[in-house]
Design a protein around this ligand. Sequence first.
Ligand SMILES: Cc1cc2nc3c(=O)[nH]c(=O)nc-3n(C[C@H](O)[C@H](O)[C@H](O)COP(=O)(O)O)c2cc1C
Length: 245
Amino acid sequence: MEGQFGEKSHTVHNPIVYFCRTLYTAMTHVLQTPDQVIQQLNWRYATKQFNPNRKISEPIWNALEQSLVLSPSSFGLQPWKFFVVRNPVLRQQLKEHAWGQAQVTDASHLVVLTIKKDVGATEVDQFIERMATVRQVPAETLDGYGGMVKGFLAEPPYPITMDNWAARQVYIALGFLMYSAATLGVDTCPLEGFDRDQFNELLQLPEQGYSAVVLCAAGYRADDDKYAALPKVRYATETVVGYYD
Ligand SMILES: Cc1cc2nc3c(=O)[nH]c(=O)nc-3n(C[C@H](O)[C@H](O)[C@H](O)COP(=O)(O)O)c2cc1C
């Protein structure tokens, strides 16, 4: 029997296991069991060869788009914008500045994750205004919060530029996108192998106040992508996870 996304599953053979799993899911209000989460994390890999003919459907893409919108960020500031490059000619040009990596042109979707440059007091005011609107509270009631955020940005408690701070937030969004994609059986490849300045120029990002940080190609793996079958190379759990009891 095959699992939800066509992969072989060793547990769903047994109807009792299947029943228990379904019951567990219903009782705990979770959409996936722990086993299913791990299964999808093992299923995903940094896809090298995408099937250029297979596109992500609109409902699935809408969910992935929302995974970006709903990503958390420090103070909620969302110092980013995510540009989806649909134009094939532009994607071909971008590929030339991304080490010729085929994912840039062949994946169904190409997302350029960017930071908002030089985040500061203006962005805090903008965010406070948004918060006041969404939560329907007078903006003055948020003055304390706004002041605290401005203080942090003006003098971070550790040495960091605002652009680097914003980039940290962007990587969280990348993780959300990749995880959501894996959950929906969509393949991704994160890419840092590209020339940021060339991307910025081709997409006219500085003019808009943004700068490219990382890319994410999303779509469906080609049948002959040999990387799909390679075992994951990870350190032993105890090497990378420690506990203080
Ligand atoms: C931030 C980041 C940048 C990456 N850049 C590239 C890239 O430019 N090209 C590529 O083929 N893979 C890239 N990768 C994929 C990694 O090589 C891959 O995730 C890692 O080897 C682990 O393999 P797995 O994702 O298949 O489990 C990148 C991964 C991350 C997280």
